[in-house]
Design a protein around this ligand. Structure first.
Ligand code: NAD
Length: 474
């Protein structure tokens, strides 16, 4: 088996040959990736079920279809994205010049995936890397072994082995991989590991995209159809057993709303999963015993009152959809991202109190507001910051390839999905081909310098409207 550095050298040699640059090559590889997903849908579902007990419905929606949609979107728009951009603001001095931006591939990029959506967290960045003309090393999460093995088997069958490679392994293998020089590192995972990714990137000055997590708040405030809100909240929270980076982490609402919400949540969960969610085929499991233990520790240490669920089984890593009330800011459940089927409700007196609480925390990956009152939604939107935002629903904003997906502050840096991924894996090369015309303006810059020439040059290079009788964008 080739060593990590041999694989990277092979990919680098391919990249330097320019084979990944033409549109036709990128399109063929995207088409091949499409075939990989379409022809192996059943194998993918089986692997995801083995790893995470994922129901078919959730696998299809959040792993397979989201990847297919991003592929369709990229293939539809590739030609447009690749076009040089000529809509550049010019001044008089550059009026006759050919000014444009070229999107160029970066080189050999590294994509490191997390376990909660083990297929799409590798394939979506790969779509973007291919579309942008890069070679890529893929490092899936070792925690979901069935999916990891399936990717290692299928990628070389469908995609060019000289351009794309899967390297499997855990933390130690990833650390050794990171000693190599890459042209970009795209990392999805925890904030703790993200710090070591940045440290590993620093000696090579490698640019990094970090897709991290955090505690995504969910306001339920003001006038609202509580039954509908409960359904959307339960679906987005308990989808993938709460193991979504954008899952609503906790609810902020008044005591009055909480009292109306609880029976609606109870009824919704019964409708979704029946009287015993542990027996429902639509309820997944916690990924490993270690992750199950972490969640149970948080639950056991919490001073909140369990009002829904609370049941658990260690043997099959089950935790029932659980809701707690009387949770304080200092509670164990409020100290770190929950990333499981546990939903604390924090009671607030006013919208401002909730906004103030959010602004005292790290910036979240997503922020949700359920309200019929536009002023409530706008007030929260205008007075907070988060990676993404969704009014009156949870998690669905991440499924639209037109919207950038990524964090801000502690929830990450950079973004992807659709064109945003293409931009992440492209260098925007600012180009200027100068004309030999307008030489009278050009000579103004040459020594011997004079205040007279400086005055004219300032006028000719300014972007102030109408300073030279024209507009700044041509
Ligand atoms: P993780 O950080 O443990 O692992 C992610 C990847 O990092 C794996 O491929 C793993 O092999 C590698 N890794 C682990 N330890 C490493 C080390 N010391 N050095 C180098 N590489 C190492 O993360 P996780 O538990 O797999 O993922 C959970 C976190 O990811 C949550 O915080 C969640 O919110 C976040 N997440 C974010 C997104 C997003 O798109 N923003 C998506 C999914 C998950």
């Amino acid at each position: 088996m080739a060593s990590q550095s041999e694989v990277i050298d092979r990919l680098r040699a391919t990249f330097r040959s320019g084979v990944t640059f033409p549109e036709q090559f990128r399109m063929t590889q995207l088409q091949n990736l499409l075939s990989l997903v379409e022809e192996n849908e059943q194998l993918i579902q089986d692997a995801l079920h083995k790893d995470l007990h994922k129901p078919k419905f959730e696998s299809v929606l959040s792993e397979i279809q989201i990847t297919l949609n991003d592929l369709y979107f990229a293939m539809e728009n590739l030609r447009t994205w690749m076009q040089p951009e000529y809509n550049i603001g010019k001044n008089l001095a550059t009026r006759m010049d050919d000014c444009f931006i070229r999107r160029e591939p970066l080189g050999v990029v590294l994509i490191i995936g997390a376990w909660n959506y083990p297929l799409h967290l590798i394939l979506l960045p790969l779509v973007a890397a291919i579309a942008a003309g890069n070679c890529a090393v893929l490092k899936p999460s070792e925690i979901c072994q069935a999916t990891e093995q399936l990717l290692a088997e299928l990628i070389p069958k469908y995609l060019s082995q000289d351009c794309y490679a899967v390297l499997c392994g855990g933390a130690e293998d990833t650390k050794s991989l990171l000693k190599n020089k890459f042209d970009h590192i795209f990392y999805t995972g925890s904030q703790v590991v993200a710090r070591s990714i940045l440290l590993a990137a620093a000696p090579h000055l490698t640019p990094v995209t970090l897709e991290l997590g955090g505690k995504s708040p969910c306001f339920i405030y003001g006038h609202i159809d509580i039954q509908k809100a409960a359904k959307r909240l339960c679906w987005s929270k308990f989808f993938n057993t709460g193991q979504s980076c954008v899952a609503p982490d906790y609810v902020l609402c008044t005591a009055q709303t909480r009292d109306a919400l609880l029976p609606a949540l109870r009824e919704t969960l019964r409708t979704f999963y029946g009287p015993d969610p542990g027996a429902s085929l639509d309820m997944g499991r916690i990924v490993t015993p270690r992750h199950w233990r972490r969640l149970m520790d948080m639950l056991e240490k919490s001073k909140g009152k369990v009002v829904i669920g609370g049941e658990s089984r260690e043997e099959d890593r089950y935790i029932a959809p659980t809701v707690l009330v009387d949770v304080q800011e200092s509670d164990a459940l409020m100290q770190e991202e929950i990333f499981g089927p546990i939903l604390p409700i924090l009671t607030i007196e006013s919208l401002e109190e909730g906004i103030d609480y959010i602004n005292r925390q790290e910036k979240p990956l997503a922020l949700y507001v359920f309200s019929d009152e536009t002023s409530v939604v706008t007030t929260v939107l205008n007075n907070t910051s988060s990676g993404g935002f969704c009014g009156n629903d949870g998690i669905v904003h991440m499924a639209l390839p037109g919207l950038p997906f990524g964090g801000v502050g502690a929830s990450g840096m950079g973004s992807y999905h659709g064109r945003w991924g293409f931009e992440t894996f492209s260098h925007r090369r600012g180009c200027m081909n100068r004309s030999w015309l307008l030489e009278r303006v050009n000579v103004l810059r040459y020594p011997p310098y004079s205040d007279y020439n400086l005055g004219w040059l300032r006028w000719a290079t300014t972007f102030k409207k109408n300073s030279w009788g024209g507009c700044s964008v041509m």
